[in-house]
Design a protein around this ligand. Structure first.
Ligand code: COA
Length: 363
């Protein structure tokens, strides 16, 4: 039977580390508040965000400084020194190297980012261009934190049906450019961060190893749970000074609502995946949940009776990197020896939409 097998993984995070103490010099928050409610101690951010935060921490009038940055960029500069496709490229290069293949040998690229380089063309295409590829099909998914799981499911179908033999699936995010780091944006600014993870999938015949099943869902009736308008046909014109002045460019979230939905949907989709494969929790060697918040993962583990040591977590170091969080965990778990040949790994993610899903694989 033809299957899709992961033959290489990679990750990339920007070098700048922002701990909770730096954030608490910018806004009214504390290390204690953030750790207690989310488990996050530090996160990685782009060089631009980092420079801005260092200045904001020293600014006597933080609201005025942040407004100036939103109005004019930092020191009048609005071009990013690091974009989401740069992070995607770095993670992809590592995955390709570990797989022992070149970008030219890919049949397809599936990239997922919540905040792209540009509204269009999509980041999959931008990434492809950075590889110097001129005809490989490239997709872009916008399933937020569930993007990597959706990407794996799509890639698996392309491989099983024989359309493609080798596919790069990437989850990359540069979210830190979105937030207001004063009190006004503190509910979201402390959670999200930047990073990328990638895998190379290859068709294999026979054997047990490879992707097994995928279980995808969305619920578009709860748009206000977690949303960002920025650019879109929900306003005319799609972007305007008025829209920004009315603060409609800023992402918004109902934290409680997201928390409750996330726990419920994780429970359901893990149950669905286990049932479809006639397995139970004891059969799974490692659970990788999207790293939004350690309390969400604890609640799911408790409800499903998953021993906590069977989960891999790094939210403490990276915060919520949306579509990048599952592939970053997968890469780190592999490098750290947490996944061995023959192991069953169940990955699950939940995010904006809401969109969520789970994938089961045998390593
Ligand atoms: N620092 C300090 N206080 C903050 C804060 C921060 N960074 N962000 C919000 N608060 C304040 C709020 O203003 C609110 O104050 P109020 O009670 O005076 O109105 C209070 O903290 C809310 O506290 P609490 O009810 O204890 O928060 P919580 O337990 O619901 O935790 C979240 C808040 C956001 C951490 C939590 O709801 C959460 O993690 N939700 C899921 C978010 C998520 O994972 N999103 C991404 C999914 S992909």
């Amino acid at each position: 039977m033809r299957r899709a097998k992961i033959i290489g993984t990679g990750m990339a995070v920007p070098p700048a580390v922002v701990d909770n103490h730096l954030l608490s010099r910018c806004m009214n928050t504390s290390d204690e508040w953030i750790v207690q409610r989310t488990g996050i101690k530090e996160r990685r951010v782009s060089p631009d965000t980092y420079r801005m935060l260092l200045r904001l921490a020293e600014a006597p009038d933080k609201v005025a400084f942040m407004k100036q940055v939103f109005d004019q960029g930092l020191d009048g500069v609005i071009d990013s020194t690091l974009t989401v496709s740069d992070l995607a490229l770095e993670a992809s290069q590592m995955a390709l190297e570990r797989a022992g293949v070149t970008a030219r040998e890919l049949d397809c690229i599936i990239e997922s980012s919540t905040v792209p380089d540009f509204a269009y063309p999509h980041t999959g295409c931008v990434l492809q261009g950075k590889f110097g590829l001129t005809s490989t099909p490239a997709f872009n998914l916008q399933q937020g934190c569930a993007g990597f799981i959706y990407g794996l499911a799509m890639a698996d179908q392309f491989i099983r049906t024989g359309l493609y033999g080798r596919i790069l699936v990437v989850g990359a995010e540069l979210l830190s450019s979105m937030f207001d780091y004063t009190d006004r944006g503190r509910d979201m600014a402390v959670l999200f961060a930047d990073g990328a993870g990638a895998v190379v999938l290859q068709a294999v015949e026979g054997g047990e190893s490879g992707l097994i099943s995928h279980h995808l869902h969305s619920d578009g009736t709860v748009l206000d749970g977690l949303a960002g308008e920025i650019y879109g046909s929900s306003t005319y014109p799609a972007i305007s000074k008025k829209k920004i002045d009315e603060d409609r460019g800023r992402p918004r979230m109902n934290g409680r609502q997201v928390f409750v939905h996330a726990v419920r949907r994780f429970r359901e989709v893990v149950g669905e995946c286990l049932e479809a494969n006639r397995m139970d929790v004891a059969d799974i060697d490692l659970f990788i949940f999207h790293q939004a918040n350690i309390r969400i993962i604890e609640a799911v583990a408790e409800a499903l009776k998953i021993p906590f040591e069977k989960t891999y977590n790094n939210v403490e170091r990276y915060g919520n990197t949306a579509a990048a969080s599952v592939p970053i965990c997968l890469h780190e778990a592999l490098m750290g020896g947490r996944i061995k040949e023959g192991d069953l790994v169940l990955m699950a993610a939940f995010g904006t939409g809401f969109a969520w899903g789970a994938s089961l694989l045998r390593w």
